[in-house]
Design a protein around this ligand. Sequence first.
Ligand code: BGC
Length: 374
Amino acid sequence: MKMKKVLVGFAAAGLAVSLAACSGGTRGGGGAAEEGSNDGALVGVAMPTKTSERWVDDGNNVKSSLEELGYKVDLQYANDKVQDQISQIESMLNKGAKALIVASIDGTALTQVLKTAADDDVKVIAYDRLINGTEDVDYYTTFDNQQVGVLQGNSLLQGLGLVDADGKPTGSTEKKTIEVFAGSPDDNNAQFFYDGAMSVLKPFLDSGQVTIGSGQSEFSQVAIQQWKLEGAQARMENLLSGFYGSGQVLDGVLSPYDGLSRGIINALRSSGVADDAMPIITGQDGEKASDKLILDGVQYSTIFKDTRLLGKEAVTMVDDLLNGNEPDAPDSYNNKVKDVPTKQFPPVTVTKENLMEVIVDSGYYSEEEIQKGE
Ligand code: BGC
């Protein structure tokens, strides 16, 4: 028994030594890898959090697609902590990763660690969220983020009966009161979603047909740190007690993400709003719990982004780069230092009308998963 333990320990130590030697060899060289030497290379995948199910799906999709191509994968989640993400990336580099796929928490906080990556000729793909203020990001793959916001704004207006399915005004003269929420200020996408949505709401706000009940419309006033459900719930509670305490009607809430939408719904429910009397509430990601709320008529819409496409694209980019090929990247996003070559995908609006078709029939989630809400 004792003997066995010792042998296992010895074997493990031997493996660790050979791994260290191997990674030391590749990193120590510092230069470009030899042609064809990247078969079975290690790829680091840094995801922001497990609290939102989309990132769990993204991580799993990316990992399995990389493994199908024979790569080794170090997949890490940073629990929305910037410093943890930096340490995880450092550790991936120390293990000899040849490429990184990074969905950042704070898109401006990775400059130093990505400099180390670049010095070792490690390829870097920004995943869904742009990495800002650095030269050291090679490619970006995402969804059309401005368009996500446009679709959110349009679906709010459609739910309110002010525009039709094509975004054309219906001619309704009814006045509506809304509240506006935005995502985390350190996530580059949050501003895009907000700008896109506000561009659609603007004519209605300017004409006075739509009013923001609290008057809080600036990004800085409506942004929710770290996309936290609890943050949105607390803000909604404050809005309800501060501005809707004397029978004022709230017709709609622009929410940029399903987790925030659920916080908003929690606040409305605890203030006594019945499920069939909810304002029009938007969302994003098609999370299972929100899909159920949409089927039940509580949340109005979500914006579905097929993370299967995104995961595949990021993996294709890595595979191209590690094999000396140029990835297909017809778009570009400016990260304040350079235009990062980008491949982006179209988002899709989902309501009760098309949820089964878009999310269930496509095999993204099963009906049972949605009914369980988890
Ligand atoms: C993503 C959204 C997501 C949000 C919160 C954004 O960067 O693009 O899909 O809802 O982060 O996780």
